[in-house]
Design a protein around this ligand. Structure first.
Ligand code: HEM
Ligand SMILES: *[C@@H]1O[C@H](CO)[C@@H](O)[C@H](O)[C@H]1NC(C)=O
Length: 317
């Protein structure tokens, strides 16, 4: 009886250990199977950003939009087929997400040296890190060993990606559902120190909101009329859109957040103190951003023998 219970307990512990191991990513995952994987990816990413600086922003966002839908499984890269609902045409991605080809090119280079070894999901995660580092943001030890999905879901993408018009409570709860705190969310939103947004995403804010700096609103209205020019771009960080710094937080404290979802982070609510901390302490922002990216990279993983290593990122094998 006791021996049986002991054996059962032992098996249970083994089970727990195997579950834990399966879910475990590691920065050294490819060290023996493909030692030049990360340097090969880095070369491809650097060359893409060198010819299009905005690509740094786009690659960071791509990782976010991958991880929030079915987990970090490269589902965002799959094209539409009779059995795949592509996420590329979801509300938050269509005519907006960029960098698919940059990831595909990096994958092509990696396939040349170690075919069938490195997942597209890991390439996105490494690309986001390399993008951050290239434009002055933190570098951090990306964990690796993710596998690629064999499915995608436009329905989930529509439901789970946050929208620019959401309020603070709603944003906090979205991140909480993914295991991320309000502090993680503020740090990650700090990547709006980079990149561009389309007129339709900030029109309401520059015409109808009261918590917006008047001079800032009037400048933005010049290229974003009440009607039309929906896709005309404006920088998310009005001061330094091409370098990773903490000006985004300083902007928020002056009511110069471009999106409603930016300004709600500093509008008398629970995250004000975090915004003000990051505006005073760029080093803290930088290190928290790195930690939050690592945490985001852990969402909903396929590991072990789940999923597959795609041969090309836009289609399942
Ligand atoms: C808190 C909720 C968030 C909302 C509502 C939001 C919304 C948006 C919107 C509306 C745009 C402009 C898209 C366009 O006009 O085409 C944008 C751009 C961007 N977002 Fe977010 N975002 C959020 C959080 C994040 C997070 C967590 C990250 C990364 C970790 C991120 C990274 C970026 C970057 C880098 C850009 C610029 C992309 C480019 O220029 O290609 N965002 N976001
Ligand atoms: C702003 O509010 C007015 C009055 O509610 C509304 O008619 C208009 O469509 C809103 N948006 C913009 C961009 O003016």
């Amino acid at each position: 009886m006791a021996a049986k219970a002991g054996a059962a307990a032992f098996m249970f512990v083994l089970f727990l250990v195997s579950v834990a191991c399966q879910a475990q990513l590691s920065p050294t995952f490819y060290d023996t199977s493909c030692p030049t994987a990360t340097s090969t990816i880095r070369r491809a990413i650097r060359s893409a950003i060198a010819s299009d600086r905005r690509m740094a922003a786009s690659l960071i966002r791509l990782h976010f939009h991958d991880c929030f839908v079915q987990g970090c499984d490269a589902s965002i890269l799959l094209d539409e087929t009779s059995s795949i609902q592509s996420e590329k045409t979801a509300l938050g991605n269509m005519n907006s997400a960029r960098g698919y080809n940059v990831i595909e090119n990096a994958k092509t280079e990696v396939e040349k040296i170690c075919p069938g070894v490195v997942s597209c999901a890991d390439i996105i995660a490494v690309a986001a890190r390399d993008a951050s580092a290239y434009v002055g943001g933190p570098s951090y030890a990306v964990k690796l060993g993710r596998r690629d999905s064999t499915t995608a879901s436009r329905t989930l993408a529509n439901a789970e990606l946050p929208a620019f018009f959401e309020d603070l409570e709603s944003l906090i709860s979205r991140f909480q559902k993914k295991g991320l705190t309000a502090r993680d969310m503020v740090a990650l939103s700090g990547s709006h120190t980079l990149g561009q947004a389309q007129c339709f995403t900030f029109r309401e804010r520059i015409y109808n909101h009261s918590n917006v700096d008047a001079g800032f609103a009037s400048t933005r209205r010049r290229r974003c009329p009440r009607v039309g020019s929906d896709s005309t771009l404006a920088p998310l960080d009005l001061v330094t859109p091409n370098s990773f710094d903490n000006n985004y937080f300083k902007n928020l404290m002056q009511n110069k957040g471009l999106l409603q979802s930016d300004q709600v982070l500093f509008n008398g609510g629970s995250t004000d103190s975090i915004v003000s901390e990051y505006s005073r302490n760029p080093a803290k922002f930088s290190s928290d951003f790195g930690s939050a990216m690592i945490k985001m990279g852990d969402i909903g993983l396929l590991t072990g023998s789940s999923g597959q290593i795609r041969r090309i990122c836009s289609a399942v094998n």
